[in-house]
Design a protein around this ligand. Structure first.
Ligand code: LLP
Length: 417
């Protein structure tokens, strides 16, 4: 589907001209396509056919209620990493019974609330966490459904900040230690062993690390079976990369088929985030000033690293395109930089574009880890988010106001007496 495409030199989001959205909602702006989110989710769902499966969308990728509600209506499950994310899922109409709870440091309060709400499963990440989940379940006189997140020690060949499946990473239980932990869990009156989980990293563009991790996990599952410990599901994590530029990506149908070929009748849980929302969103910003004549040419835009952190944080690439491609502006090789007082404040470097003051530029594939990573740095209100469906559109988060930036602050009484 052509969610973001040109028509008469103008970029459209589904059937709405992006310039019209900018005029109505202001700049900068995140724009999401409902149709793209739906088709991305359905692609995963259909790839599983009749095999028992649960797609648990990784809420951290984009936790806007408007996004979560679309997925909840499709029957999606959710991968959450905090009680805040669980409450969002519920507020958006999602079911706690379809949530898996990941993350290395679940607090007692979070575990208690998740148990009361009846989540599907805790993905336990350490021996200490297993003890804590057990003791909270005991306190509530209940049994906690658990899966153990193992660290399969595979190299996902991605940015070091988002690789999670290596021995030196903080995530999961070393696969060699997992057997003992499962034995302990199996004996507990307050733990119900349901599955085994791993997540090896994010923005992975080759299938081989996924298969290597799967094979290691299945080997452990058969060892467990030999010990009389049965699993009902395997959670293969998220991490499927998308094309930000011209990267080759993994064929989802083929990947899922190769998983299904190996797992027998185990239910499969998948935790995709980026692959569901990444290409369903753009971040649009406006040119404030053009600054040429030095070693570099700068287009100074109203969007900044606080709005879209990925380029500054990971050196990530987002395609930058002029929203109207018949600009009467200046053709040059531009760095797109924001108003923040840091040299690291750039959204794109060395892009050939024809630009004039006031032009809009779209940073593509910004639907995942875009708004959620934004901050108020430099006292900048966070931007608005809009959902488009066909020719309909609506705000799904209003722009913050300057007043709201300091409403939780107060002045310390520092009079000298
Ligand atoms: N499951 C777990 C346990 C995770 O930690 C993550 C992402 C996912 C699923 C979803 O992964 P995905 O399918 O989206 O790759 N901020 C970084 C990405 C951080 C990913 C963190 N964990 C970025 O902008 O690239």
């Amino acid at each position: 589907m052509n969610t973001f495409s040109f028509n008469n030199n103008a970029l459209y989001a589904e059937s709405v001209a992006v310039t019209d959205l900018m005029v109505e909602y202001g700049s900068p702006l995140y724009i999401y396509s409902r149709g793209q989110i739906v088709s991305n989710w359905q692609q995963f769902d259909q790839a599983f056919g009749d095999h028992p499966h649960l797609i648990c969308y990784a809420v951290k990728a984009n936790s806007n209620l408007g996004v979560l509600n679309i997925l909840a209506k499709l029957g999606s499950g959710f991968d959450i990493v905090s009680i805040g994310e669980l409450e969002r899922v519920i507020a958006a109409g999602g079911l706690p019974g379809r949530c898996v709870f990941s993350g290395v440091s679940k607090t007692k309060t979070e575990i208690q609330r998740a148990l009361e709400l009846g989540i599907y499963c805790f993905n336990v990440e350490s021996a200490a966490e297993l003890d804590r989940v057990e003791s909270v379940a005991k306190l509530l006189s209940t049994k906690a459904p658990i899966s153990i997140r193992v660290n399969p020690d595979v190299d996902a060949n991605t940015h070091p900040y988002i690789a999670t499946g290596l021995k030196e990473n903080k995530f999961g239980v070393g696969i060699e230690k997992a057997l003992a932990l499962y034995k302990k869990a199996e004996l507990s009156k307050h733990l119900d062993v349901f599955g085994l989980d791993y997540h090896i990293g994010s923005q992975i563009t080759e299938v081989s690390p996924f298969i290597e991790a799967l094979e290691k996990a299945l080997e452990l599952i058969s060892q467990l079976k030999a010990e009389g410990i049965k699993m009902s599901h395997i959670d293969i994590g998220g991490g499927l990369g998308i094309a930000y530029n011209d990267e080759k990506t993994i064929n989802i149908e083929k990947y899922i088929q190769s998983v299904l070929d190996k797992v027998g009748d185990l239910e499969v849980i998948l935790e995709p985030g980026r692959a569901i929302v990444g290409n369903a969103g753009i971040f649009v910003t406006q040119v404030e000033y053009l600054k040429q004549g030095g070693v570099k040419s700068f287009a100074i835009i109203d969007g900044a690293m606080n709005d879209l952190q990925r380029p500054s944080l990971y050196g990530s690439y987002h395609q930058a395109i002029a929203v109207e491609n018949n600009s009467k502006g200046i053709k040059d090789t531009w760095d797109l930089v924001g108003p923040i007082c840091e040299t690291g404040d750039f959204l794109a470097k060395d892009r050939e574009l024809t630009l004039a003051q006031g032009d809009y530029i779209a940073l593509m594939s910004a639907g995942a880890y875009g708004f959620v990573l934004s901050s108020n740095y430099n006292s900048r209100p966070r931007v608005a988010e809009v959902m488009v469906s066909g020719s309909n559109h609506a705000l799904v988060r209003k722009r913050e106001t300057v007043g709201s930036l300091f409403e939780n602050e107060s002045i310390f009484n520092n009079e000298i007496n």
